[in-house]
Design a protein around this ligand. Structure first.
Ligand code: TRP
Length: 394
């Protein structure tokens, strides 16, 4: 039986009755004694590495999906602060600030900290433990072939100077996900390779420890076949890859080409103004495909008729300058961001920080109930059931 009390700042839980994975209850039943009415809903796990403020690429790539799904699903939103240490181990104070800031962004966008669960990775020990076990189930060279890792090594110019923990984060991400036994992982396109690796690890675990035959079991059937972990599906956002204002690379804080959710209307206007198309005049016929301006038009102007009109006039060079298109884009972005900015103001300063820390503690207490239970199931399947334990906030 799991016990839990998670008033603000205080959560306590204990994991009891030892079960073997073949007979362990599945998601629906397991949830019922851990959380409230949210229990019957299928689960989602996703998250962000706190590297700074969120930008529009995050919004259309993933946040939008989280907002759309948060009522229908039991959502766990992970603050992957341990992952931030993979490249910034010497910047602990900044990582702490970034962690709090990212929660402010989430809340400002409309993530509901009561109906959904905000999880701080470094206070969920089950994730670190599962990472170890999963690291034994995947070959090192498979991890190093992960295209997302490779791209990151290139784009951050890490060469061969990255720490041991850097590739380890990809294995850790499998644990982030599977600790919550989710059905669905909504992410931006750049994360798809990680989710694929996670699915491989989940299948491998089932094969090695739960006697599931991978050749005769389809992904959806793993839980019914006795697996501890479901094989989670990925869901990519409406815009998989939003181009940055440099018009070349994916929007990213480190590439200095991002529009942040907290940017002022003036900053948004200025940044959009910097997008370069090479078009010379209002009457020059322009191209739409591959034109960064028009990815923004299609992404942020939600009136389809207006989009069609702009595209038509631009293509024909019908008296329409880039400046005009840019002004419409900036207006649309500002309309999207206005309520987000207003809500973010509510969390300003020390009082805001304190509120955010309370939310983190409450969510993480709730998350630990789920993650400890999963870990216990996994360890039981691995023949590691040597007794009970409990964790608590003090
Ligand atoms: N790697 C993700 C990013 O940088 C963040 C992340 C960590 C994540 N763990 C996760 C995303 C689990 C989805 C699921 O954006």
């Amino acid at each position: 039986m799991v016990t839990q009390s998670c008033g603000y700042g205080i959560g306590e839980f204990a994991v009891g009755s030892i079960r073997h994975c073949h007979s362990a209850p599945r998601l629906g039943t397991m949830n019922q004694d851990t959380t409230d009415a949210s229990s019957a809903r299928p689960r989602i796990l996703t998250g962000d590495t706190p590297t700074g403020k969120l930008h529009l690429g995050h919004f259309v790539g993933s946040i939008e999906n989280r907002l759309a799904l948060q009522d229908e699903y039991d959502c766990y939103f992970l603050l992957a602060n341990m992952h931030a240490f993979t490249t910034r181990a010497d910047q602990a104070e900044q990582i702490r600030t970034d962690t709090i800031e990212i929660v402010k962004d989430w809340l400002a966008c409309g993530i509901d900290p009561v109906g959904s669960t905000i999880v701080l990775q470094t206070e969920v020990p089950a994730i670190a433990e599962l990472s170890w076990y999963f690291a034994m189930l995947i070959p090192f060279n498979r991890v190093m072939r992960n295209p997302t890792l490779k791209t990151e090594i290139d784009s951050k110019g890490l060469g061969d100077q990255y720490p041991f923990g850097f590739p380890m984060y990809a294995v850790g991400q499998c644990a982030d996900i599977l600790a919550f036994q989710p059905e669905l992982v909504p992410v931006g396109e750049d994360q798809v390779a990680h989710i694929e690796m996670c699915r491989e690890v989940a299948r491998r675990f089932a094969q090695v420890y739960c006697s599931v035959d991978p050749n005769n079991t389809s992904d959806e059937d793993y839980p019914a076949a006795g697996a501890v972990f479901p094989i989670p599906r990925v869901k990519v956002g409406r815009i998989g890859r939003l181009i940055g204002i440099d018009g070349k690379q994916k929007m990213s804080k480190s590439l200095n080409n991002a529009i942040f959710l907290s940017d002022s209307p003036k900053q948004v206007k200025k940044k959009i103004g910097q997008i370069f198309t090479g078009r010379q005049s209002m009457t020059e016929p322009g191209t739409i495909e591959g034109n960064p301006l028009f990815q923004y038009v299609r992404t942020f102007i939600r009136d389809e008729q207006r989009v069609a009109e702009l595209e038509d006039r631009y293509t024909r060079g019908d008296n329409i300058g880039d400046g005009h298109v840019k002004a419409e884009i900036a207006d649309a972005i500002n309309a999207l961001l206005e309520p987000i900015r207003d809500k973010r103001d509510e969390y300003e300063g020390k009082a805001g920080d304190d509120l955010v820390i309370d939310i983190i503690r409450t969510g993480t207490a709730r998350a630990n109930v789920v993650a400890e239970r999963t870990l216990h199931e996994a360890k039981t399947a691995m023949g590691l059931s040597f007794g009970e334990r409990s964790l608590k906030w003090v």
